[in-house]
Design a protein around this ligand. Structure first.
Ligand SMILES: *Cc1c(COP(=O)(O)O)cnc(C)c1O
Length: 424
């Protein structure tokens, strides 16, 4: 029955006298009228303050994990606020470089970087390469030799075997993983030894990432404890604890702040005698809470004794997380944010899949009707970035709103865009 918890709305959301939602001083109903739906609306000031919080919590070197949400405006924003930028593919690197981010501020990730990606990263002069395998060490050595590039600064990605309590598909730190080199088997030390001895690279540290949507900061403390002996034995100057800090998506959840996370990690590092620079690479914790997705209700189907389906004009193509992970979200009406929500509905999209669900068990005001706007909060991470063109649905635009101004940073896809690569 209860209204949407305001804590799930972006920091600079306000509710007007009639119950209407504004974000960054922009009325969301008016934004939808001007830009159409579906629509991603990001609170730019919140994005900036999360970046500043990360820099304050971890210091220089902390990187924004671009895969959570990447476009040129976001890359520039993170850079302007003092963050480095993680890129995991040649495509992400291309976006970051085309945004004008200096290559020295980029950290190149990926468990299967191609020779071309490595060549491009080395030629651009990326600040760090995080090496995920012995094959990659081979490839860096041969590329540096054949291209005559400078030896890059590298971190070895190790697998600490720490199981974060999170969804199985998000868990990357356990022994059975495609990521990193295992600490327990000694593989991590062998790779560190090899990198330290190689003239083709400059070993600066190790890196680990224990998973995503981690709510218990004690998991990061265990990670630091497992990594400390390697950092200390090799006197490495840098340690990156990865990303993964969780965010609250639905009523009743609460997550640690970036500040609390940083304090825990730094305390653990100092207690473990680590003198290295300790950094992290948050993605979700920077962008998730800052955005809402706005849809238009197209059909309401009441199946007596079973359920009501509320279908909107987007779906798994703008937010695949419910399908991939069974993730939960809330729903609300931007015209009546503080209204009670007695009506149980399932919010579904327009795709040709029964699994095309946005909110499996949503509650909405009783007067919801066709033509209404319905919105989902906390959709700033892994929605736009994991989106698709399934059913040739055009991907939605992205707005940054701040101080009463709305700035279009990604336009809506057009039907022509859908044919752009179709050369048959
Ligand atoms: C995904 C990922 C991140 C960011 O994870 P979040 O859960 O979005 O904070 C950081 N580092 C690496 C290596 C990743 O794979």
């Amino acid at each position: 029955m209860s209204p949407l918890p305001p804590a799930l709305l972006p920091d600079n959301a306000t509710i007007g006298p009639a119950g209407r939602l504004a974000i960054g001083g922009c009325d969301v109903v008016e934004l939808a009228a001007e830009f159409g739906t579906p629509l991603f609306v990001y609170d730019e000031a919140e994005l900036r303050s999360r970046c500043r919080e990360a820099v304050a919590a971890f210091g220089d070197g902390v990187a924004y994990a671009g895969k959570a949400f990447l476009c040129r405006a976001m890359a520039r924003l993170a850079h302007e606020e003092g963050m480095h930028l993680d890129v995991a593919t040649g495509g992400e690197m291309h976006v970051a470089l085309s945004a004008g981010i200096p290559a020295a501020r980029l950290v190149m990730h990926g468990n299967n970087k191609s020779s071309r990606e490595l060549e491009a990263a080395l030629q651009a002069g990326v600040g760090r390469i995080v090496v995920d395998s012995h094959d990659e060490l081979d490839r860096i050595e041969s590329t540096v030799t054949s291209e005559g590039c400078d030896a890059p600064a590298v971190l070895i990605r190790v697998n600490p075997g720490v199981e974060a309590h999170t969804h199985e598909f998000l868990r990357t730190g356990a022994a059975d993983s495609k990521f990193g080199l295992a600490v327990e088997s000694g593989e991590a030390r062998r790779a560190v030894d090899r990198a330290a001895a190689s003239p083709a690279m400059r070993l600066v540290g190790i890196h680990a990432h224990i998973g995503s949507q981690v709510f218990d900061v004690a998991s990061f403390r265990r990670e630091v404890d497992v990594l400390a002996p390697i950092v200390n034995d090799f006197a490495l100057p840098e340690l990156s604890v990865g990303g993964g800090l969780g965010v609250a998506y639905v009523e009743g959840e609460s997550a640690p702040s970036i500040t609390e996370w940083g304090a825990t990690v730094r305390r653990a590092a100092s207690e473990a005698g680590i003198g290295a620079r300790v950094t992290a690479e948050p993605g979700r914790a920077i962008v998730a809470h800052a955005a809402v997705t706005v849809y238009t209700v197209g059909t309401l189907k009441r199946i007596d004794g079973i359920r009501t389906y509320l279908a909107v004009d987007g779906g798994m193509s703008d937010n695949p997380r419910p399908v991939l992970y069974g993730s939960g979200y809330e729903a609300f009406l931007p015209r009546a944010v503080d209204a009670a929500r007695p009506e149980r509905v399932r919010v579904v999209g327009k795709h040709c899949e029964s699994g095309d669900i946005i909110v499996a068990e949503a509650r909405v005001p009783a007067d919801v009707s066709v033509g209404d706007l319905v919105a989902t909060p906390v959709t700033g991470a892994y929605g736009h970035s994991m989106g698709s063109n399934y059913n040739m649905v055009r991907r939605p635009p992205v707005l940054f709103v701040k101080d009463g101004n709305a700035r279009l940073v990604v336009r809506r896809e057009t039907y022509e865009d859908l044919l752009g690569r179709d050369v048959g």
